[in-house]
Design a protein around this ligand. Sequence first.
Ligand code: SF4
Length: 226
Amino acid sequence: MNKTSAEKILTVLNTQYPHTEDTMNFLEFETPFQCLILTILSAQTTDKTVNGLRGELFSRYPDAAALACAKQEDVERIIHPAGFYHAKAKNIIMASRALAERFGGDVPQTIEELTTLPGVGRKTANIVTNHAYHKVLGIAVDTHVKRLSIRLGFTENTEPEKIEQDLMQLFDKDWWGHINYLLISHCRAVCDARHPACEACVIRRMCGWWKGSGNPGESKEQEKRP
Ligand code: SF4
């Protein structure tokens, strides 16, 4: 897809899902540390679930120094609803230790430093730099961004890091900080993984999946399309 067509799609989505800088993140946090920990915990679960456990988690462990000293079984009990609680508890304790030992308890502000922390990949690092520090250094590619980028024809890759590179080349930097929010919003509204509501989709005429061109990694419904 060319740049003009791609930006036309984002322009429509930007009108469909109006937002401000304060409403772009779906997680409820007050500090960069909370943003980092909640983003790690949000893998493979809903933001609502993660927001629901933040009260107990951060009242017991308000900063990196406190969480670094936590007993893993205590953390596991609190974060149990988020799933994968054993690995996640280990990661957030180890990440907190790394923050305390290497960064003076602060959350670093670069992708390179953030991705040295246990449990932190480029997606998490992009979310933290964007939402905790208002620095747009890349594009967070989660399962929604991946699915919709493939369906729309923004990329032919299936690996998140390659998709991020494709999106960064396709769109001007002014869009980077908005793409994650716009694509997640559209997936939640209509572009479901199994049953996308294409009939109600405002960008269907511009969607490669809808037009039947097909993309790698996607299963297509064999329904008749107008
Ligand atoms: S037309 Fe269907 S597949 Fe394409 S973006 Fe809209 S809902 Fe998703």
